[in-house]
Write a protein that binds this ligand. Structure first.
Ligand code: ASP
Length: 452
């Protein structure tokens, strides 16, 4: 049997009937697109909320939106969910009453606590898969919905942060054996007790990755509303292009340093099986997108530059610090205790720095300083705020120091002061810290010198 393509469509690709028609046309465009994984409908308009958020708002009796200072009651959320599904189905002219009745029945569940939140949160994907399968059939395609409840898509762990259970792979592997197109709702599964549990938020990507792994897909397509991974944030560098090919390692370095692409965990199952991931735009299906591969031969030095803002630099000096093995471990433990997210820690013989998310320091910095002083007794400690880290990434950097030299030269020529600089252990990226106030200018200069 030929390998199948697994195609995952995100919320913006499914927000209304017009978008779902585009999805149908894409799926029809290649007979290998046999498995379709869907999210819940996303925001139909910028000022609307996602269906999943409305569902969580219902489940939490309004506290989900209240906590974000959004003024939508649980009953308004209920109306919004029913209205949106009814509208989509009416616009697609599909038989709807039974699905709307089943949805209303589910919304009245008497489950409680986290089980309730998980069950309700999953209904966006559940009903979207059912309606999309119905729409495909009505469009003359051989399609069926395959619900986690029916195909033994088993998960384990917490109701609101479950992970796939090993036994699921064997069940999912059988899916392509039946002819036709299979539509699977993302984001949730059922535990060994048969109860619904959801993966983490944005988890439909994860479902897609796991399904691709289970069926050993030819490719995992991730359809979204952007045309791939860009060389730099297009809001700052309007001429930045989508990067055609990237390795898993490169996208990790670009993503964790400020690139917002898709659920990173979703890559792991594909990486394991060496299944390429193709990020594509539902609204511009002719655009080539970005393919993420296990390996590639680089033709260029730098593929992209990530930018991370709101970074604080915690600097510590202590004689012989570098010789004291426990110092860094103790410091990291203290930061963990304070819930502070660390990005990076350059160290030397008698001093070290830790780059942290400065938002995590709000309200805790004085206690943190005191704690560090008491436990580690540094000779000197300082915190520098409002830094941005710019990270040029590219496999071609290995053994080629010209991009580093060029970066320092062009920034120096522009009198931009470099607050920190180092190369990653893999040698396929380097980090340059600058004051956030000059980060736009620094990014522009680096882009022009290294990529543009
Ligand atoms: N609908 C879920 C969420 O909004 C999962 C997803 O879209 O991937 O988080």
């Amino acid at each position: 049997m030929d390998k199948v393509v697994v195609s995952k469509f995100g919320g913006s690709s499914l927000a209304n009937a017009r978008q779902i028609e585009k999805v149908r046309d894409i799926v029809r465009g290649d007979v290998k697109r046999r498995i379709v994984v869907v999210s819940a409908p996303g925001k139909a308009r910028a000022d609307e909320e996602k269906i999943t958020d409305h569902l969580i708002n219902i489940a939490t009796n309004g506290s989900h939106f209240r906590d974000q200072r959004i003024n939508i009651s649980p009953s308004d959320s209920r109306d919004a969910v029913v209205k949106r599904f009814s509208e989509i189905m009416a616009d697609l002219e599909i038989e709807e009453q039974d699905l709307v009745d089943a949805l209303k029945h589910d919304l009245d569940t008497d489950l409680e606590g986290d089980k309730r939140i998980a069950f309700l949160a999953s209904r966006g994907e559940h009903y979207n898969a059912r309606l999309i399968a119905r729409f495909f059939e009505q469009s003359g395609m051989n399609a069926r919905a395959a619900l986690p409840e029916d195909i033994e898509f088993r998960v384990e762990g917490h109701y609101l942060g479950a992970r796939i259970h090993e036994s699921s792979y064997a069940h999912l592997a059988k899916l392509p054996e039946t002819p036709g197109i299979i539509v699977i709702p993302g984001y949730y599964g059922v535990n060994l007790e048969g109860e619904v549990a959801v993966l983490s938020r944005g988890g439909s990507d994860l479902t897609g990755g796991e399904v691709a792994k289970a069926v050993n897909a030819a490719i995992y397509e991730n359809w979204t509303d952007v045309s791939g991974v860009f060389e730099a944030d297009p809001r700052q560098i309007p001429e930045a292009r989508a990067i055609p090919r990237l390795t898993f390692k490169e996208i990790r370095l670009l993503s964790c340093k400020g690139f917002n692409v898709f659920h990173l965990e979703a890559m792991l199952p594909c990486k394991e099986q060496k299944i390429p991931i193709h990020i594509r735009n539902t609204n511009k299906p002719r655009e080539p997108g970005t393919v993420i591969l296990f390996e590639r031969v680089p033709e260029e030095g730098i593929v992209g530059i990530a930018r991370l803002d709101n970074v604080a630099y915690l600097y510590l000096e202590k004689d012989l610090l570098g010789e004291e093995a426990g110092f860094i471990a103790d410091l990291l433990r203290i930061l963990e205790e304070f819930g502070i997210h660390c990005y990076h820690y350059p160290t030397d013989k008698d001093d070290m720095a830790i780059l942290v998310n400065q938002d995590d320091l709000t309200g805790t910095i004085n206690d943190l300083r005191r704690r560090i002083e008491q436990t580690l007794n540094p000779d000197y400690m300082d915190v520098v705020y409002n830094l941005s880290i710019l990270t040029p990434v590219g496999l071609g950097l290995k053994g080629n120091s010209y991009p580093i030299v060029d970066s320092l030269r062009v920034l120096g020529d522009a009198h931009i002061s470099i607050e920190m600089m180092d190369q990653s252990p893999s040698q396929i990226c380097f980090h340059i810290g600058v004051q956030q106030a000059v980060a736009d200018e620094a990014l522009r200069i680096l882009y022009d010198a290294l990529i543009g």
